[in-house]
Design a protein around this ligand. Structure first.
Ligand code: ARG
Length: 624
């Protein structure tokens, strides 16, 4: 049950409109309820009767009257009134708002934790696929979103009381991995690579050179022939092609050795994994995102399950042969013509095969009710295919009870540079994530020093971490997930507007008011916590109404996998607080009663801001 008057009134209006017009009610008709701009017209105004009247071809006041006849709000509001051409004005009962706010003002902040088994909010097991780094590669800006969005979705679900299992689907298996592993192993054996001091940058270098080495330049050779470029060029290219074929053959041997668990290959491979992951976890810690070894389930962990999955699909006729390859058709389920390819004609498995095995494990072993994939939107077709194929195979059947697990691709757009092209360094390279984070912290340190020169240096550095990282994360989370966004340090680091620093600062302001109350007025937290609420001024009402939306916003952000809903809400809340603080004296209020009541509203606002930022994975410093 919600205590949010806005939500309650919206529900009641929906019911009333259905009762009043039945089947005649046009699809999508809404009461258009909004807080009144003018207290003369009560607390809320519903403007939907006019539009509805037009669609029904009836006089608007008559439509408004018909709605009122079925509207039952007597528990929280006075008798509604019709005004002007057909507005419906609602005035909440005295005390209704303060009672609702007092009810929400608990450690849970009105969010009833999910519980078993028949509660309104049933506890679920939610698997969140996040981060998804690849072996022998540094994290770059492309991993920012998979980590930040995935972590926020995990936190939102944790906040609701769900059991959350994070899965870092680490790309650590397959032919490209065998290429780099073989190259490094050969280097170690030949004494040209010292395994002791390999860094992730070295690994990336070997990864690239191994890829190039294994790629025969057949086009070049064809060009030499076509344009008769002479015997020298021809010889060079023939040598390159032969060399590449040999390197590729070596890498394939390496793959076979890895698949067989050959000790000398496995040792090198494990070390490459270790170096890559240590770097990944370091970045995630810097990013204040919870991705650990425990949450890492590399593609290699599915390697023994792949033949089993493929056999299962084949033997039950879910998969069929096509030109020597094995495919699962999904056109019947999705209308998508391209089938899900699960075994190549050369017998090799694919990215999709592993994802099929992953779904099976996540639903059957981990007990997932819901699996959320925080992955780039460019993998949209892949996930449609894999989800449909898994469903067809019965891999989504819940282990507890009836029904199927929900598979959801929380797809995100690309991070763009200020030139509106994918974000790159000046020389056209991918931007390394660790460089980006360091720069954010350095810039934040400057901004914080300007804003608050008195902050001691050690604290300033900690605050800079919170602000710099918070700014990057907030900029990412506050834009509509599916859209591309332009990365701009200048914009994300300002203390004005819809930014991370603005919200952190709003929360710092509350902390400072509470400190002042304690130091200068000897008002302690306990005095505030129990204070009767007086909510009369328009700005007090507006703030109270905003506060009361918090639980439903968290729920909707988690359910829709859209953290930007929470961001938008926190920004509105901070804005309401700012108007409240300008219009309603707090420490200088006219009476003790009013002072305590306003301090309580301020304290609650501060806690909601902190809690909301925490759901997004953004730190809330005490001072800035
Ligand atoms: N490693 C993949 C990539 O870089 C991302 C993994 C996403 N998760 C998944 N279950 N496929 O594209």
């Amino acid at each position: 049950m919600t205590a949010d008057p806005t939500a309650i009134l919206n529900d009641r209006f929906d019911e009333a409109m259905k009762a009043a017009f039945g089947d005649d009610l046009p699809e999508g008709a809404s009461a258009l309820l909004s807080p009144s701009k003018n207290p003369k017209f009560g607390d809320f105004q519903a403007n939907g009767a006019m539009g509805l009247a037009k669609r029904l071809g009836k006089p608007p006041r008559e439509v408004a009257q018909a709605i009122l006849e079925h509207l039952n709000v007597s528990d929280i509001a006075e008798e509604p009134e019709i005004a002007g051409p057909g507005f419906i004005n609602i005035t909440l009962k005295p005390g209704a708002l303060s009672a609702a706010v007092a009810e929400m003002d608990s450690p849970e902040l009105g969010i009833e934790p999910a519980a078993d088994p028949n509660s309104e909010f049933r506890k679920q097991t939610v698997v969140v696929d996040l981060c998804g780094v690849n072996l022998a590669k540094q994290m770059h800006v492309g991993h920012l979103r998979a980590t930040v969005i995935g972590d926020a979705l995990a936190r939102l679900n944790e906040r609701l009381g769900h059991e959350v299992i994070r899965q870092n689907h680490f790309g650590d298996w397959g032919l490209p991995i065998a290429m780099v592993t073989t190259a490094i192993k050969d280097g170690i054996d030949a004494g040209t690579i010292d395994p002791q001091d390999l860094t992730v940058a070295d690994l990336e270098h070997y990864y690239r050179s191994a890829q190039a080495e294994c790629a025969p330049d057949r086009r070049g050779l064809a060009a030499v022939e076509k344009f008769a470029l002479g015997p020298k060029a021809r010889a060079e290219l023939e040598e390159q092609v032969a060399g590449a074929e040999a390197a590729l053959a070596r890498a394939k041997e390496g793959l076979v050795a890895l698949q067989a668990g050959d000790a000398s290959y496995m040792t090198v491979w494990r070390q490459i994994c270790h170096i890559t992951l240590e770097d990944c976890f370091r970045n995630c810690r810097k990013l204040q995102a919870n991705v650990t070894d425990e949450a890492t389930a590399g593609e290699s962990t599915y390697r023994d399950e792949l033949p089993e999955v493929v056999h299962d699909l084949e033997s039950r006729g879910v998969a069929e042969e096509s030109d020597g390859a094995l495919i699962v058709r999904i056109e019947d389920l999705t209308g998508i013509k391209e089938p899900c390819l699960i075994r190549k004609s050369d017998g090799g498995y694919l990215y999709a095969t592993t994802d099929m095995a992953a779904i099976r494990r996540r639903v059957r072993k981990l007990g997932a009710d819901r699996v959320i994939y925080a992955v780039d939107s460019r993998q949209g077709l892949h996930f449609k295919q894999v989800f449909a194929a898994a469903k067809k195979a019965g891999y989504t059947k819940l282990i507890r009870g009836e029904g199927e697990a929900e598979l959801f691709h929380a797809a995100f757009g690309t991070v763009l540079g200020e030139d509106n092209r994918p974000f790159k360094t000046r020389s056209g390279e991918n931007v390394r994530l660790s460089d980006l984070l360091d720069e954010a912290i350095a810039r934040a340190e400057k901004a914080v020093a300007e804003k608050n020169p008195d902050l001691p240096e050690a604290e300033r550095h900690e605050v800079a971490k919170a602000v710099g990282i918070g700014a990057i994360k907030y900029a990412d989370l506050s834009s509509d997930r599916i859209k591309d966004y332009v990365f701009s340090f200048d914009r994300m680091l300002t203390f004005e507007g819809n930014t991370g620093p603005y919200l952190q600062y709003a929360q710092v302001r509350v902390r400072s008011i509470l400190r002042k109350a304690e130091n200068e007025h000897s008002i302690r937290e306990a005095d505030i916590a129990e204070a009767p609420l007086v909510i009369e001024q328009p700005e007090e009402k507006a703030l109270a109404l905003e506060l009361l939306k918090y639980p439903s916003v968290v729920r909707s952000a988690a359910d829709s996998c859209e953290p930007h809903r929470l961001c938008g809400y926190l920004f509105d809340l901070a804005t309401s607080f700012s108007s409240f603080f300008t219009a309603c004296p707090v420490l200088k209020a006219d009476s003790d009663e009013l002072r305590l009541s306003r301090l309580r509203l301020a304290s609650l606002t501060g806690r909601v801001l902190r809690d909301g930022l925490n759901c997004l994975g953004i730190a809330a410093p005490e001072r800035m």
